[in-house]
Write a protein that binds this ligand. Structure first.
Ligand SMILES: [Zn+2]
Length: 318
C-alpha cells in the first residue's frame, strides 16, 4: 500500500514538473493601457506558429478596486502565465473573473492558468457545442504538436463555471460591465464586453485588424449583421480579437466587413453559376487582401467554407 502511494506521488510529482506551464514563453507580452482601468495585450501578426509561440491573439484585462476582470486568456498556459505576471506588475487585486469571447484555441488554452488562481470563468452557453466537438479534440491534438512545448499533454479544454444565456451585465469595484451576445457570427458563442465607465469595447474575433480574418465555419451573413450592431455601441476604444486597438471603430471594422462581403460576393456568384470551387478560387482576384498577414494560412479555407455556406444558403431559399 505504501509503495503504491509513493508511486502515485512520484507520478504526480513528475507530471507537475513536466507541465507545460513551466516552460516560459520568450515572446514579449506587453500590456497597453487604454483608459483609466482597461488594458490589452496584442498578439503578433499571422497564424499560430512556433515562431510566435502561439501569441497571435489579443487578450484584455480591467483593473477595478474590487478585483480584476480578464477578457480571453491567450493561446497556451505559458502565455497566460506570462499575462498573469504582467497583470501582477500593475495590480495586486485578485483576478476574479475571466470572460471567454469564444471557444477558439488561440483564446482559451490559457484558461487553466487563471482557473488555478481561483478565477471564475464565464462564457456563452453555445461554447458547449465546441467543447463537445471533434473539432475541439482534433485542434488540441494538432496544437500539441505544432506548439510543443507550450501546448502539451497537460493542456486542457476547460468549460465555463457559468454558462450565460444572452446579454449579461455585472458590476465589480464600482465599474459596470455589459456582456453582449453577438453570435452566431464568427462563432456560435461570440460575446463582446463593454466597460461602461471607460467606453472600451472588447470585441473578440468579430473584428480583425491588419490581417485576414479566420472565417472557418462562421456564419458570415450573421457576422456582417453583428458588425453593424457593434458599430451602434459607439465605443471610444475597440480591442479586436487580433490586431491593433482601434479608436476609430467605423474605419477599422471595414477590413473585416469588406473581406466577408468580398468572399460572399465572389463565392456566391460561383455557386449561382455552378462553377466548381477550384476554378472559382483560381479565377478570383485576391489582390486586395493577399499582402495581408495570415492570407496564405487562412484565405483558401475561408473561401472554401464560404462557398459551402453560400451553397447551403441557396438551398434554404429554394
Ligand atoms: Zn476565433
Amino acid at each position: 500500500m505504501l509503495r503504491l502511494t509513493t508511486f502515485l506521488l512520484l507520478l504526480l510529482f513528475s507530471a507537475a514538473t513536466l507541465a507545460g506551464d513551466d516552460i516560459p514563453v520568450t515572446v514579449e507580452v506587453k500590456p497597453v493601457k487604454l483608459s483609466p482601468h482597461s488594458y490589452y495585450v496584442e498578439g503578433l501578426a499571422g497564424a499560430a506558429s512556433s515562431e510566435n509561440q502561439g501569441f497571435m491573439s489579443n487578450a484584455g484585462f480591467v483593473v477595478t478596486p474590487g478585483g480584476v476582470v480578464v477578457f480571453d486568456t491567450l493561446g497556451s498556459p505559458p502565455l497566460a502565465t506570462e499575462l498573469i505576471r504582467q497583470i501582477r506588475k500593475i495590480t495586486t487585486q485578485p483576478i476574479r473573473l475571466v470572460i471567454v469571447s469564444h471557444y477558439h484555441a488561440d483564446h482559451i488554452y490559457g484558461l487553466q492558468a487563471f482557473k488555478a488562481l481561483g478565477a471564475e470563468i464565464w462564457a456563452h452557453q453555445r461554447g458547449r457545442e465546441y467543447l463537445a466537438s471533434d473539432e475541439a479534440t482534433n485542434r488540441l491534438a494538432q496544437r500539441r504538436e505544432s506548439l510543443f512545448p507550450w501546448i502539451d499533454e497537460t493542456t486542457r479544454l476547460l468549460p465555463a463555471d457559468k454558462w450565460l444565456d444572452g446579454d449579461t451585465s455585472f458590476e465589480m469595484g464600482g465599474l459596470h460591465f455589459d456582456l453582449v451576445y453577438m453570435g452566431p457570427a464568427h462563432s456560435p458563442e461570440d460575446m463582446a464586453m463593454i466597460v461602461k465607465e471607460d467606453k472600451v469595447l472588447y470585441s473578440g474575433d468579430l473584428v480583425f485588424t491588419g490581417r485576414v480574418p479566420f472565417v472557418g465555419n462562421a456564419d458570415s451573413k450573421a457576422w456582417l449583421n453583428s458588425l453593424d450592431r457593434l458599430l451602434k455601441l459607439q465605443p471610444k476604444t475597440m480591442v479586436p480579437g487580433h490586431g491593433k486597438v482601434s479608436t476609430e471603430a467605423t474605419g477599422d471594422l471595414a477590413l473585416t466587413r469588406d473581406y466577408l462581403r468580398y468572399l460572399r460576393e465572389t463565392m456566391g456568384k460561383a455557386v449561382a453559376s455552378m462553377e466548381p470551387f477550384e476554378e472559382a478560387y483560381a479565377r478570383t482576384s485576391w489582390k486586395k487582401f493577399e499582402q495581408l498577414p495570415a492570407f496564405q494560412a487562412a484565405n483558401r479555407v475561408n473561401a472554401y467554407n464560404t462557398y459551402l455556406l453560400m451553397e447551403s444558403e441557396g438551398m434554404q431559399k429554394k
